[in-house]
Design a protein around this ligand. Structure first.
Ligand code: PDD
Length: 282
């Protein structure tokens, strides 16, 4: 069976879904995206993701083509048509098709694309055994709070990680960790405090981060939102990342140095379970 994708209001086989070369997403990266985790056929933290989409669109002045209810209905239909139980749902909105010119087109509609990727999140090797990360300079622009489709710096960062035998890159700016190439970064101090960088234009406001912080607060885990350096990360008891496509993933080494005892830590495991219980129950 062919994968069914969503393009501008229609559901169609992947091979029939075409976008003109004059699409501004292709020419200028003039668009934003969202990525959702799917578990048990349900989209996790959907309202929070759709709220962030609304904000990303409004920050780059693209009118949101659908209401939250419409988005949710399209997503559910797409998940259903692809018979997807677990995986990732990708959504992208660009400023649409117009002859190449920097100025916004006077008329026309945005291009809207959604597709699914089946994958195992809960029992992935990453979630079970943990991953290695490397540090790289953060080469991105200054509005990282917008979920822009312009991801060249992250593509290069993550490829460098792969070539170094790691799975994620932690980006460094002014000596501090900003975030992962496609994830939010956390460390756990030897005293058991969970440290995460506060929200600002320097990072994407991760939805899994937000959701996990709410859950963790209720369980009495001590949280501290502040900047941390890569040296602090080397010396941390534990480290982990969060993202919609991977939930909570332990980090067991940074730049080739084991984190703690080089195995997923107890606090990380607890938070992993906490997020998973919420996702399963939702
Ligand atoms: N990436 N930071 C960056 C730079 C990201 O690209 C992502 C998500 C996150 C985590 O955000 P969330 O919890 O909302 O997924 C943080 C997605 C999954 C991707 O590009 O595939």
């Amino acid at each position: 069976m062919s994968r069914i994708v969503f393009l501008n209001g229609s559901f169609l086989p992947l091979e029939d879904a075409r976008i003109p070369i004059m699409d501004r997403g292709f020419l200028f990266s003039d668009g934003v995206y969202e990525g959702f985790g799917v578990l048990g056929g349900r989209v996790i933290d959907n309202d929070l993701h759709l709220a962030r989409l609304e904000r990303s669109l409004s920050e780059i002045r693209i009118a949101n083509p659908y209401s939250r209810e419409q988005w949710a209905a399209f997503e559910q239909e797409l998940v259903h048509r692809n018979d997807m139980d677990e995986g990732f749902l990708y959504l992208q909105v660009t400023r649409g098709v117009a002859d190449r010119d920097f100025f916004f087109p006077q008329e026309g509609a945005p291009t809207v694309v959604m597709f699914t990727q089946k994958k195992s999140i809960v029992h992935s090797p990453a979630a079970e055994k943990g991953i290695a990360v490397i540090s790289v300079p953060d080469l991105r622009w200054k509005r990282r709070d917008i979920k822009s489709v312009s991801l060249l710096a992250q593509v290069l960062a993550k490829q460098a990680a792969k070539e170094a035998g790691a799975q994620e890159a932690w980006m460094i700016e002014d000596g501090f960790v900003t975030e992962g190439g496609s994830s939010s970064g956390f460390i756990v101090t030897k005293q058991g405090r969970v440290i995460v960088r506060p929200l600002s234009n320097a990072i994407l406001p991760g939805i899994t981060r937000k959701s996990l912080l709410c859950l963790a607060e209720e369980t009495g885990v001590v949280l501290e939102e502040r900047l941390f350096t890569i040296d602090e990360a080397y010396n941390a008891a534990e480290a982990f990342l969060t993202s919609a496509s991977n939930f909570v993933v332990p980090i067991v080494s940074i730049d080739g140095r084991p984190v703690g005892d080089g195995k997923p830590g107890a606090v990380t495991r607890r938070l992993q379970e906490l997020y998973l219980s919420m996702a399963r129950a939702s």
